[in-house]
Design a binder for this molecule. Structure first.
Ligand code: MSP
Length: 509
């Protein structure tokens, strides 16, 4: 039986204004999910929308529609964005789904019945845009430490979740499971800045607005959105329902990929909820960095970005995916601009990859009418290329396991760079002048097409549509990952299709 792999993105606040930063988590998660599928894992890839809370209620009021109408309309925007980015999720969960709401109510009741949730009075600060509670000492200049905006004083009857009771168990768990929070820097930040200073019990219900999951036994309260939202990772699998087959099969999650600002929720509140429910903890929470513009936030109010679909229309979906996957070492913050996107597309996709495929197919058609034949013994110069190609899968595997995604992609592009150099060194156009060289020339072109095939097979998770275009142009059916350990599986004496430009060079704006 195949090994299972359960990967999630955060569920997104529904929005009409997604930007390239929002696409970042999901593109990365998609590449990992596809990589695991091609490696033979039985993958479940979850994404969705986080639709409750005061922020959404306010927006709906401003647009004069009910919150449900507001989210129903806008959720399509997320689905459309993921479609345009070729995101291969297995399930899209909405926190307004009836099944989700019912299970959140059951979870809340269970925690209440066992004494982990109790009733009290909340007095403190609340940041509505972040849906976060803060204590006076956590504020910076009286403002939200995460987003720098004004916080409100709230004082209301509320239910509390006994985080404090689980503090020691959580610290033990994190210390004994070094991979649980990654990268390491985020783990240190969580332990030193948030957990060790002491966890306070968390306010987990609100009464001053009603757009949320009602507490089943006290319906003037709605469940705190983060408790509601985090539960999606298990409600999506049918936890506490009649049919919990998926839950039994896929839980615990192998990887929650989240942006750095929400690592706190995923490594404190979420594991404590799971401990209280007696469930296993996810194997890893990875907190990635942000895409920024000139070092600062991508922001609607600054108007410094376009809808990601505009870039896709202009440069192609794989240019956008490639930028997100390659430009920034995973884990760090990195700059985004249209010029950087164009530069990356030109330097790697057009110059290295596009050019290689185009000129190799062009030469094969010109010299041998597009027939690719492996004729001669290999020479040293061939073996250098072949050795790199057959070892590539292992290298990429290791880097993908360590979530060094940008390095993994660079490993693949190193093969394409080596192919370009192999063309320069073997000079097929010189060999073509003498018919005595035709067997050698044919073998050189075979080696190139086979290397392109190997590179394209590995590119599938990252640039699915480009990989398919290459398979079509070189006319191969050898596209599975298990064709990667041997050089020479490209169908001998096969006929190529006509080359088509994969990436046009783009003029800088
Ligand atoms: N709804 C919560 C998550 C609940 S999960 C139980 C949320 N939603 S969000 O829409 O604000 O963010 C979704 C994802 O987009 C997060 O991983 C966030 O870090 C990511 N990004 C939003 N802006 C970003 C950048 N500028 N750069 C990279 N990722 C960023 O948080």
């Amino acid at each position: 039986m195949n090994k299972k792999y359960y990967i999630t993105t955060p569920i997104y606040y529904p929005s009409a204004n997604f930007h390239i930063g929002h696409c970042y988590t999901t593109i990365i998660a998609d590449a990992i999910a596809r990589y695991k599928r091609l490696s033979g894992y039985d993958v479940f890839f979850l994404t969705g929308t986080d639709e409750h809370g005061q922020k959404i209620q306010k927006k709906a009021e401003e647009s004069n529609v009910s919150p449900q109408e507001y989210v129903d309309k806008i959720v399509e925007n997320a689905k459309d964005l993921w479609k345009s980015l070729d995101i291969s999720y297995d399930k899209f969960i909405r926190t307004t789904d009836k099944e989700h709401v019912e299970v959140v109510q059951k979870i809340f009741k269970k925690l209440y019945d066992q004494g982990d949730i109790y009733k009290g009075e909340y007095k403190g600060k609340y940041c509505t845009p972040c849906e976060s509670f803060w204590t006076e000492t956590q504020l910076i200049d009286g403002k939200c430490p995460d987003c720098g905006r004004e916080v409100n004083e709230v004082s209301e009857e509320a239910y509390f979740f006994k985080l404090s009771k689980y503090q020691d168990r959580l610290v033990d768990y994190i210390e004994n499971h070094p991979n649980f929070i990654q990268p390491q820097s985020r783990k240190n930040e969580m332990i030193n800045n948030f957990i060790k200073p002491g966890l306070e019990d968390l306010c987990v219900s609100r009464t001053s607005f009603n757009w949320g999951v009602p507490v089943s036994f006290d319906d003037k309260h709605v469940v705190y959105v983060w408790l509601d939202a985090l539960s999606n990772y298990i409600t999506a699998l049918g936890y506490l329902t009649k049919d919990d087959t998926l839950f039994k099969k896929y839980w615990p999650a192998d990887l929650h990929i989240v942006g750095k600002e929400i690592v706190r929720f995923h490594t404190i509140i979420w594991p404590i909820m799971l401990m209280a429910l007696g469930l296993e903890l996810p194997k890893q929470v990875y907190g990635h960095g942000w895409l920024v513009i000139n070092g600062g936030k991508i922001s609607k109010s600054l108007g410094n970005y376009k809808d990601p679909r505009d870039y896709i229309k202009e440069y192609g979906v794989d240019a956008v995916r490639y930028f997100a996957l390659r430009e920034v070492p995973f884990g760090n913050d990195g700059n985004f601009s249209e010029d950087l996107l164009i530069n990356r597309t030109n330097s790697d996709l057009a110059n290295i990859l596009g050019n290689l495929v185009n000129r190799t197919i062009g030469m094969s058609i010109k010299y041998f009418n597009g027939i690719v034949s492996n004729k001669e013994e290999k020479e040293d110069i061939d073996n250098d290329l072949i050795n790199y190609a057959v070892k590539l899968k292992n290298k990429v595997d290791t880097n993908m396991d360590n979530l060094e995604i940008s390095v993994a992609l660079d490993n693949i592009f190193e093969l394409f760079r080596k192919c370009n150099k192999y063309i320069d060194d073997t000079m097929p156009w010189v060999l073509y002048k003498d018919p005595n060289n035709y067997d050698r020339l044919s073998t050189i072109l075979y080696n190139l097409i086979e290397s392109i095939r190997i590179g394209a097979v590995l590119l599938q998770p990252f640039l699915p549509s480009t990989a398919n275009k290459i398979f079509f142009q070189i006319n191969t059916k050898q596209v599975a990952f298990d064709t990667l350990t041997k050089f020479g599986l490209y169908e001998n004496n096969n006929h190529l299709n006509n080359p088509e430009v994969l990436f046009q060079r783009i003029n800088m704006k």
